[in-house]
Design a protein around this ligand. Structure first.
Ligand code: ZN
Ligand code: FE
Length: 262
């Protein structure tokens, strides 16, 4: 007889202005993790609502809107803090350091860790293969990617390619609701992309109702996210970069986005 664990429960909720945090729950072992700690009060409200007790914090990177609530939550609950080895010195209260190629066992569910430098130099993502989902922090956004605060375009493009190598049906949980602005920018570099046009009308309808556009999935991102499409012929023609390397095109798109005012 094969015993399969029940699916990991995921609860998404907004924090601060445009952040999301996610509660992950293992019902069999009564474990609950939060992906990043943008806002302690919102996290406590979500825990109360679900009737779950916090046992773990899984950090993606050191920015205050991701690790700022670590110490208060640890003091309150005694939870274990897991975070990126390459910037462990900047993760308040870190107990377990993880990096590329390693795993973290969260009750019944195994997270594979990938280093995704670019937004910060030690950024990591958590991929739960059995649950077909990944928590990608500020590396990839719906139709966008993170700003390059500590890394180079080469590094970020390499990091995004790791995400692109996951199965197409992987649900991607991004840490911000930037989708509408990202889509407006995407249309300036990829205006004839029918999938993108169609997606934007869906996104506009969702945002009008205040509905989150997260999670997204990898198949849809490959079709509509310009940061995953620097090899696309139409985008290259549009940018007059037919003869440039993929990394150069990626760098240009990132630069254009940095200067984009929606
Ligand atoms: Zn960040
Ligand atoms: Fe952030």
């Amino acid at each position: 007889m094969i015993l399969t664990a029940p699916a990991m429960q995921i609860h998404l909720f907004p924090c601060l202005n445009d952040n999301y945090a996610f509660l992950l729950h293992d019902p069999e072992n009564r474990l609950t993790a939060v992906i990043d700690t943008p806002e302690v009060s919102a996290i406590n409200r979500a825990l109360n609502e679900k009737g779950w007790e916090l046992t773990h914090i899984l950090n993606t990177h050191h920015h205050w809107d991701h690790a700022g609530g670590n110490l208060e939550l640890k003091e309150q609950t005694g939870c274990i803090i897991v975070g990126p080895r390459d910037e462990a010195g900047k993760i308040p209260g870190i107990d377990i350091e993880v990096g590329e190629g390693e795993t973290f066992q969260f009750g019944n569910y195994l997270a594979r860790i990938y280093d995704t430098p670019g937004h910060t130099s030690g950024h990591i993502i958590y991929y739960f293969e059995s649950e077909h989902c990944a928590f990608v922090g500020d590396t990839l956004f719906a139709m966008g990617c993170g700003r390059l605060f500590e890394g180079t375009p080469e590094q970020m493009w390499h990091s995004l390619q790791k995400i692109m190598a996951l199965p197409d049906d992987t649900k991607l949980y991004c840490a911000h609701e930037y989708t509408q602005t990202n889509g407006r920018f995407a249309l300036t570099v990829d205006p004839d992309n029918k999938d993108l046009i169609e997606r934007m009308s869906e996104v506009n309808a969702l945002r009008k109702k205040g509905t989150p556009t997260i999670p997204t999935d990898l198949a849809l991102e490959k079709k509509t996210n310009p940061f995953l499409r620097p090899g696309d012929e139409n985008i290259r023609v549009r940018l007059q970069m037919q003869n440039n390397t993929t990394t150069e095109v990626f760098a240009r798109i990132r630069e254009m986005k940095d200067n984009f005012r929606s």
